[in-house]
Structures are given as C-alpha cells and as structure tokens.
Design a protein around this ligand. Structure first.
Ligand SMILES: [Zn+2]
Length: 863
C-alpha cells in the first residue's frame, strides 16, 4: 500500500510544540483542557484538520502576527476520529498559534485518558491515567496523532491538592490556585504523541540514581513502597546497561516506573514515565514467586529498551511496529542475561518467544512481519505474537549470523543516525549491513515481507542427502500443494553432529539442493544449532529413531533438546510424522533436567491432551504423562534443596502442577495436606508452590476447598496472590463451581483487566470449555463494550474460549456466532481460532487410532 492509502492527516500544517493544560475531575470522571499549539503553515489554508475522538471541542482560534481569528465551524468526524476547523479566511504561510478548549470523559476502558480505581481503607478512589499507544492520544486532547509527526510538549496538570501528578518530564513548578494544585512540567524533547503520559493519583515511591546520575523512581500503592525495591534495582542497572550497549546516553533527566491498578497490557513505555500492571512491577519480599521476579525483570528491560528503540528513534508508521516490539522483545533477554546470568534466560527465549511465534505463524491466517495497516482496528490487531515474538526470533537469527559485536555496532549507528526522528525497517538493515559488511536486506526481506516460515526437509537419496524448503503449515500440505507454493527464504543453516567442533553456517536459498553431512549421515545429525534459525526441520524416519539416545545422553544443549521435541509434535500435527514417533521421542525425556525443555514439552503434551476424547484414551494418556514427569519431580521433591537456584524453583512448580494435574495420587494428597497446613499458618507455604497447591486443592476438593481459595482471592491485598487464587478457581471439576468462577469474572470483585484470565482458566479446563464459550456468547454485549476496540484482552478472550474445540460442528458454530456478532478489532484472531479448530479435528481424525495403539503398548507398562 502506498502512503496515500493510509488514513493520514493533511500535510499542510505541522505542529511544533504543544502547551497543554488538563484538569481532571476525579469524582465526576470528566476532564477539561486547553492547549496552545505552535504550528507551521506549510500551504496557505482556511481549514485545519487534526485528530480528536470522544472529545467536545468548545472553541478554536488561530493567532498570527497579532491577529486573532476564531473558527467559523468545528466539525467532528467520529468515524475518522478527526476534528476539522474551518476559518473565515485563509491562514497564510509561516508560524502561527492554534488555541483550543475542549472537554472529555475519564473512561473505564483503559485507553486514552482513563480512570483506575483503588481502595483507601473502605473508600474507593479514582486515579487518572493515560494509555495512548497506538492511536488514543486523540482521546485526551486534539493532536496530530501519528508517530512521524513529532513535536515537543509542555504539560500542565491541575489537580486536587492532596494528589500527586507525574508526566514524562520532571515538574518545574507547583502552585496552589483556587483550591487546586497546578503542576507545570518541563518541556519534553521532540517526540511522538503516543508516548506522552500523565498520571494523577496517590502513590509512595522508592528512588535511586544510575551511575550516570539519572534519577529513577518506582511508584507503588501507598504504604507498599518496599514492593518497588526489586524493580528499582533492576531499572537502575538496566538503564546503565543499555546506555553502554547502545553508546547513546539516556536522553531524559529522570525515569519513573509507575504501578497502575487497571492496565490493559503488561506495561507501556511512555518516555520517562513507564506505566505497569501491578503484577509486572511489584515484588513482595515475602509473597512473590521467582516467576514473578523474572517477569518483572523482563518487562522492565523491555520497556527501558524502548526508551531508545521506539522513543528516541520511532517507527515511521505502524507498518514498522515490529521494529519496536520485535527488537524490544529480543533485547529484554540480553539485558536480563546480563543482570541474572544464572537464569539462563536465552534458553527460555526458545520456549517463550521462538516456539510461540512458530505456532502462530504456521496458520494460514497469519500476516507478514511488515504489514500495511491503516485504520485503528488494523493497527490494534498487529500487537501480536508475529510483531513481538517472530520479530524477536528473526532478530536473534540475524544476530547469530552477523556476530554479536558487528550487530551491536550496527544498532548504535542506527540509533545515532535517526535519533529524535523516525525510521523504517530498511534503515535498520542499512546500518547493520554497513557495520557487518554482509548483505542484510537481501536475506531479511525474505523473513519480514512474506508470511510464514520454511520447513527444511532433510531427505536421503541413495547414499547422499538433499535439503528441501517449503512453507510449513499447521494443517500440513500435500507434496503438490508444496510445489505450487513459491515462497522461499534465505535460511542460515547450521549442522550439529557428534564430536564436531563449533557448527558452521551457510545460507540456503534454493528450493532443493544436495547437502554434505558430517560423517555422511552416519551417527546422528541435528540441524539448527540452539534453535537460532526461524524454521522447522524434518529428518528421515531412521534419524528420528536415533534422537532418543541424543536426548538421554544430553549430547546436545537444552535449546536443541527442546527443538527436537517441538519439531516432532508440530510435524505430527501437520501429518509429516506419525504421532507415535513424537510420543516415543517424548518418552525419552523422563530424565530431563532443564526447566525450559520441560516447560515446552509440557505445553506440547497439554495441547495433545486438549484434543483427546474421553476415556479410555484420556486415562491412558494421563498414566503416560505421570510416568514421564514422576522421576524428575520425585528427585526435586517438595522441599527446596540448600543452595538450589532460580531454575530448580521454577521447575518444581511446573512439574508438581503437571504431575498433580494428570492425576498422580501422591502429589495430590501432598498438595492437599500442605493446603490444610497453609490455612493454619500462611507462612508455611512458599510463594512458588502456591499456584500448584491452590489449583490441586480446587481441582480435587469440594465446595469447601473452593470457598477457601475464593477467600484467599478476596482477602489478599497483593495482586499477584489474588491472580494465583483466581486462576485456580477455574480448575474445579464441578459445573456449578465453574459457573461461579465465570460469574465472578464479570463481578466488581474482578478488575476488567483480569476477567479474561479467569475465563481463560475455566476454558482451559476440559469441563469448563463449553460453559466458558456459552458464557462469552451470553455476555457478548458487555465484553464488546469493555474490550471491543481490540488489543490483547479481546484477542485473549476469544482465542482462549474457542480455539481448543475439536469438531467441525464447533468450528461452524463459532463462525456463525461471530458472523452475527462482528468484532472488527479481532477479525484475524477469530479466523485463527476457527482454523485451529479445523486443524484439531483433522489431527484427531488422522491420528487418534495410532495414539490409542501407542498408549496401549506404552502407558500401562510404564506406571
Ligand atoms: Zn513493547
């Protein structure tokens, strides 16, 4: 699409500086505002168009050379989200000033300028918060709301005297006037509208300084400032790390991190004033799990990376959103690895981002990384696994190919060249090519401009081998379909073999070509060392048979062990490998010691569990799963070992939840014993064990157990703890209790940001799948009102309640429902869910019999 087809504002007027004053009313949930915008008239015009949505624009005038001209007409266009100001005469070329007064509502939809509720003793109070990305600054004040139209901002907030105001820059002065506190902030550097922020509320904070002297503060709920200390330490060290890595100083005088009670995403990188969901920033020294510490560190690293990559250099248009998100989703690992090397976070990348992206991108209904978008619905929908996780995965692939140091030099060059401006994907490739001397664009275009990714098939032909590439689809492809598809990638291929030094890489561009294998294919061979390449691999069947020994002897690193089972399950699902082969391979992991390998394998096994019909096959599968998890879970035991690390703690929680979830009697009994003890003495149960214990108690207990966990949800004042309990409430086996969880999710007790988590937990439960889907349908109006504008929450709600169905009838039912109840902001998510249902049904039809046979031969004897 060309630029003119995008919904862009006319280019005849350009803002230079906004002087913006906002006055929120925290009891009536409304605000008034006025602004003076210094503009440059580039073409004489009597009409000025800028963005505005859900605002009343009360007056508009333009001032030039001492003359004042009032707008004759102010026309709001709700659909285009613009306001057109018509003046009686032409405004001539050159600088001018535009003055507007306006008013709006502090909405409850977590976008634009919105209210978030919190309790002080028994009283409920509201804070006013902003969330502008992608296109919601226009809901707070009329502006040129496009990332490439940068300007400076001088913000003034008029607030109740007992509240605190935070914005991107530090306050310059604060005065009281007519019963209000008036806080004027320093002028920002030149920046995009979507990165502006203002927060008015009550907070405590902890603070410190980076070694470069930047002031860092973490704002927490009142009386909980110790919960900000972990984040403060991470933020201080991460800011310095990025400054050294990019060789560009952090450009603002301060960095604030603010915990917000109601928040749609995980966090938002507003320049100098990053906002977070409470569970993504607060760490309670006594009650937070290791998993929460890790999440907090990762999210902070992500948002702070954006301060350079996104804020200092901004994508030219949302088509290049992936540049921001893919990059931040990659470098968050680099920073966390620097701070916490013992977390082995790069191996975790392969599970959290790489596998996730391969899954999503194997659908027909995926999209290229660089995708043309025009209206807000389309823009909202690309904040997905493709922009984040696939983006991060191909950046990791490129870094492995170019080498860490040339890659870093290229990034630094890119940031210095485009700072305070905008850039495109090509600009990044250009800088990386200069720094590395390698043809980056030629290779990377094949990854960013077309959908999907290749399956490399290693094929044996007599005594030699060949390599063939074809696009991989979740639902599989016939050979003829593959040959008709012209998609081709430049794939950096590396080969691992026994007793081989470092693997070397070559670029594979052909459809098919002969390949020399080390040892001519005698002994084992594995492609894609450490899973740095964004592709899957299929091998001759006898190779698959040889991998069991490789796994058991740990002849390859954890990412490679993960890659083998992950490819095997995906290939089985697509019909390229018998399901029995994938299960045979899975059974060789029972002595696995790596947390991430287990996490990925557990996800693949539970996806298979999802599609299995009821007894007896489901029962045999559970026996098999227990036999697989039991040896490692026993070895770890329930008790922390002296000196054990982060990963052992994560692994214990995972294995106990899996083992108990598949019905292991001893694990369930111990979980319930510990729950009873915990009720008497809450200090008795470590935070890391709480989720598995709550879950197994609800899953195996009666109404009394349910009430006890519900009570934890109600009484805890730590959001993380509340979420553990709420999730556990989705695991009941009793229909009426599942119904209660569903009803609870929409009650005032559950924040709208958390409703999808509660419903998703019920839907994930076999017995809850149908009730959750019914609940979504019968309350669609409310869901659509709350989340209908799109984003993470709507997508999560729809995919979690629909995509695990396993019959064609259900696919038709889901399709029918959304035909009658369109959700334009989740159109692709709906198509993806329907595609997944078809694929579940096809897999079951093809492989159920062989799975049953395999389980009959293997499950019984292994218990
Ligand atoms: Zn981001």
């Amino acid at each position: 699409m060309t630029e003119t087809e995008r919904t862009l504002l006319p280019r005849d007027v350009r803002p230079k500086k906004y002087r913006l004053t906002l006055s929120p009313d925290l009891s009536q949930y409304v605000f008034t505002g006025h602004e003076e915008i210094h503009i440059e008239i580039l073409e004489p015009t009597s009409r000025i168009v800028l963005h505005a949505a859900e605002l009343r624009v009360e007056s508009a005038e333009v001032r030039k050379n001492g003359a004042v001209m009032e707008a004759a007409r102010i026309l709001l266009d709700e659909k285009k989200e613009t306001v057109q100001l018509e003046f009686p005469r032409i405004v001539p070329l050159g600088p001018a000033e535009l003055r507007l007064t306006f008013s709006g509502k502090l909405n409850d939809q977590m976008r634009g300028f919105y209210r978030s509720l919190y309790a002080v003793q028994e009283e409920t109070r509201a804070m006013a918060v902003t969330q502008f990305e992608a296109t919601d600054a226009r809901r707070a004040f009329p502006c040129w709301d496009e990332p490439a139209i940068k300007a400076t901002f001088e913000v003034t907030l008029e607030i109740p005297p007992d509240r605190l105001a935070i914005s991107n820059m530090p306050p310059l002065e604060s005065a009281t006037h007519a019963g209000k506190k008036i806080v004027r902030f320093a002028e920002t550097p030149i920046m995009s509208t979507y990165l502006l922020a203002f927060i008015v509320g009550e907070f405590d904070f902890v603070e410190g300084k980076t070694k470069e002297g930047i002031q860092v503060r973490v704002y927490t709920p009142v009386k909980k400032k110790e919960q900000g200390l972990f984040a403060l330490d991470v933020a201080i060290r991460t800011l310095s790390f990025f400054q050294d890595y990019f060789e560009v100083p952090y450009p603002l005088p301060k960095m604030d991190l603010i915990a917000i009670p109601d928040f749609a995403a995980g966090a938002m990188e507003n320049w100098g004033a990053v906002t977070y969901r409470e569970t993504a920033i607060l760490v309670d020294p006594e009650q937070s799990s290791q998993a929460t510490r890790q999440r907090v560190a990762v999210v902070i690293a992500h948002e702070l990376a954006h301060q350079w990559f996104g804020n200092l250099v901004t994508m030219e248009w949302w088509t290049h959103l992936w540049l921001n998100e893919g990059f931040a989703s990659w470098i968050e690992y680099l920073a966390v690895d620097h701070l916490f090397p013992e977390w082995d976070i790069w191996t975790q990348f392969v599970y959290s981002d790489f596998s996730r992206a391969l899954g999503q991108d194997s659908l027909e209904n995926t999209h290229p990384i660089e995708v043309e978008v025009k209206d807000p619905n389309e823009i909202g929908e690309i904040f997905d696994a493709i922009s984040y996780s696939k983006g991060a995965s191909i950046i990791r692939m490129l870094e492995a190919f170019l080498g860490a140091e040339p890659f870093r030099r290229g990034l630094s060059r890119y940031l210095k060249r485009h700072q305070y401006g905008n850039a495109t994907t090509e600009d990044l490739w250009h800088a990386l090519a200069e720094a590395s001397g390698k043809p980056v664009k030629e290779m990377m275009d094949t990854w960013t401009k077309q959908s999907g990714y290749p399956l490399l098939s290693l094929e044996e032909e007599g005594r030699s081998f060949s390599l063939r590439q074809s696009r991989f689809f979740l639902a599989g492809r016939t050979r003829e379909e593959e040959e008709r598809d012209l998609a081709q990638w430049s794939v950096p291929v590396g080969v691992l073999a026994p007793r081989q030094p470092e693997p070397s890489f070559f670029i594979f561009r052909e459809r098919k070509a002969p390949i020399d294998l080390p040892g001519n294919g005698k002994g084992w061979i594995k492609l894609n060392p450490k899973q740095t390449g964004f592709y899957r691999v299929n091998y001759p069947l006898k190779f698959w048979g040889s991998f069991g020994k490789v796994i058991q002897s740990k002849a390859v690193f954890a990412p490679d062990r993960l890659g083998l089972e992950n490819d095997a399950f995906a290939l089985a699902r697509a019909g390229f490998l018998p399901a029995s082969q994938a299960l045979t391979l899975a059974s060789t992991y029972s002595d696995e010691s790596d947390y991430t390998v287990w996490a990925d394998l557990a996800t693949n096994l539970s996806e298979l569990t999802m599609i299995l019909p009821e007894e007896p096959v489901y029962r045999s599968f559970r026996l098999f799963a227990c036999s697989l998890y039991r040896p490692t879970a026993r070895r770890l035991s329930w008790e922390a070992q002296p000196g054990e690390g982060h990963l052992a703690i994560l692994l214990r929680s995972l294995l106990l939840a899996e083992l108990g979830g598949y019905g292991d009697e001893a694990t369930i009994a111990e979980a319930r014993r510990r729950f009873a003890r915990f009720l008497k003495n809450p200090r008795d149960l470590r935070p890391d064990l709480r989720f598995p214990v709550y879950r197994l108690e609800v899953e195996n207990g009666d109404e009394e157990s349910y009430e006890a966990v519900l009570d934890i949800f109600r009484k805890s004042d730590l959001h993380e703890e509340k979420m553990r309990a709420l999730r556990a409430l989705g695991f009941s086996q009793q229909p009426k209790l599942l119904q209660r969880t569903l009803e609870l999710s929409l009650s005032p007790e559950v924040r709208p940001q958390d409703t999808p988590l509660a419903i998703g937990s019920v839907a994930w439960n076999r017995r809850g799948r149908e009730p959750a889907w019914k609940f979504l349908q019968s309350h669609w109006e409310e869901f659509n009102r709350r989340y209908g504008r799109g984003g993470f929450l709507l997508a999560r709600l729809i995919s979690s309640t629909t995509s695990d169905f396993i019959s064609e009838e259900k696919a038709a039912e889901v399709e029918e429902f959304f035909r009658a109840h369109p959700a334009p902001a989740a159109e692709r998510t709906i198509r993806q869910s329907i595609e997944r249902i078809h694929s579940n049904a096809a897999w079951l039809k093809r492989d159920l019999k062989s799975i049953e046979e395999w389980l009959a031969d293997n499950a019984g004897s292994r218990t």
